[in-house]
Design a binder for this molecule. Structure first.
Ligand code: C5P
Length: 401
């Protein structure tokens, strides 16, 4: 089934009888994982109501360029920037003519000019209007600009004619739109990432933890979305905003992180354990704040579960990728962890240079050998790491087929 995971589709509907098919089209898009926002021209509203489209997409439908309330909620430039793809379906002869001339006299034509996103058109009109040299000239113009054209199909028309001008069927439009994103390295993949530190409570006000900032996990989550993935980020307590389009699950302790992971692991293609999970937790957490009436005190500690090893022990299991922040013998310790924890890939680095920093260097360690990733901003390093992960996924898919 074609996937549009995480994609933001701006569906423009213009005035034509094929507009009724947009109800089905928007359902297919949302089922494929996309978020859909609909913009309708005045004529489109004669064929299908904004309320129908709003109910199907769960988003308010955008109708007017000069609507004070709509602009306050999401202005037209913001809407143009929001989209990953603008699809106009059906695109009427009149709409083609207007955009071929670069007009911006309603919301949809304005968005076409303003958007940095790719633009696709599914023309639909009477066969005579389609064949008219004026329409063909307009079509050549928009084609020349790089707009993607879907159809039209040939066949029976609502007006009784037979010929070219039928809008391409919704399922085919979905497949065509999904195809536009299929080059993304992680298209359709689900990545489950743990990040940040864990906090292990001693009493109601004190805890054991570490210096992890969560920056590496958050950079990976951000870049994985940009590479087409669906991302679930299980995060310990950090001071970072949730990256766009990422599902974030907040946890505190290691045991909570483990159960949050296990609840979501079954449909994950990749598990990346970036979290600096506390290795131990206090054996007893007191209900009352501990008083400082003793000169010294002891806290009994229990080993925490090793989350990544638990994931690696599953059958079937996702691709399992670990991190190792070491203070010495980075490579030897990294390889030992790769093998002991049965990981597919491990990124090792120097703990003193990594924690809380915006930059990082790493060595990728796997059964095949080692690859250096030179020091750079965590986002750039994350892109390289995800490139290696995508390569492994496609190599595994090739072997399976
Ligand atoms: O053993 P160490 O903590 O150095 O191993 C690091 C790797 O193991 C990281 O990928 C980390 O997220 C994961 N880990 C884990 N659960 C633990 C300890 C580490 O998932 N309890």
């Amino acid at each position: 089934m074609p996937t549009l995971t995480n994609k933001r589709i701006l569906l423009g509907i213009t005035g034509g009888i094929a507009a009724y098919k947009c109800a089905e089209l928007s359902r297919l898009f949302t089922r494929a994982g996309a978020e859909v926002r609909v913009v309708m021209t005045r004529a489109a509203q004669e064929f299908v109501t904004p309320l129908t489209m709003q109910a199907l997409t769960g988003n308010r439908v955008h109708l007017d360029l000069l609507d004070f309330e709509a602009e306050a909620a999401m202005g037209h430039i913001e809407l143009a920037r929001w989209a990953d793809l603008v699809l106009v379906a059906p695109a009427s002869a009149d709409f083609l003519a207007r955009i071929a001339h670069g007009r911006a006299d309603d919301l949809l034509s304005t968005l076409i000019l303003a958007t940095p996103a790719p633009i696709a058109l599914a023309p639909a009109m009477n066969q005579g209007m389609w064949s008219d040299p004026g329409t063909q000239q307009n079509l050549a113009e928009v084609h020349h600009r790089g707009y993607r054209l879907f159809g039209p199909d040939e066949g029976d028309q609502a007006c009784g004619d037979v010929g070219p001008g039928r809008m391409v069927e919704p399922a085919e439009l979905l497949a065509g739109c999904a195809e536009l994103f299929s080059g993304e390295p992680l298209a359709g993949r689900h990545l489950l990432i743990t990040g940040g530190p864990t906090r292990e409570a001693i009493d109601p006000v004190r805890f054991l933890s570490n210096h992890s900032s969560g920056k590496m996990a958050y950079a990976l989550a951000t870049e994985a979305v940009a590479a087409g993935a669906r991302v679930t980020l299980i995060s310990g307590p950090v001071a970072l905003p949730t990256p766009d389009r990422v599902t974030r699950i907040d946890v505190v302790g290691a045991e909570e992180m483990l159960s949050a992971t296990m609840e979501r692991i079954t449909d994950a293609d990749v598990f990346i354990g970036v979290a600096a999970v506390a290795d131990y937790r206090p054996a007893n957490q007191t209900a009352e704040k501990i008083k400082k009436d003793q000169v010294s005190m002891k806290i009994d500690l229990l080993r925490n579960p090793d989350i990544i090893s638990e994931v690696a022990g599953l059958n079937p299991r996702p691709l399992v990728v670990g991190f190792a922040a070491e203070t010495g013998d980075v490579l030897a310790n990294g390889r030992e962890k790769l093998e002991r924890k049965r990981l597919d890939l491990l990124f090792a680095n120097n703990a003193t240079e990594t924690f809380n920093s915006d930059e990082v260097a790493a060595t990728a360690i796997s059964a095949e050998g080692e690859i250096e990733i030179p020091r750079a901003r965590k986002e750039a390093v994350a892109r390289k790491m995800l490139g290696m992960i995508a390569e492994r996924l496609s190599a595994a898919a090739d072997t399976a087929s």
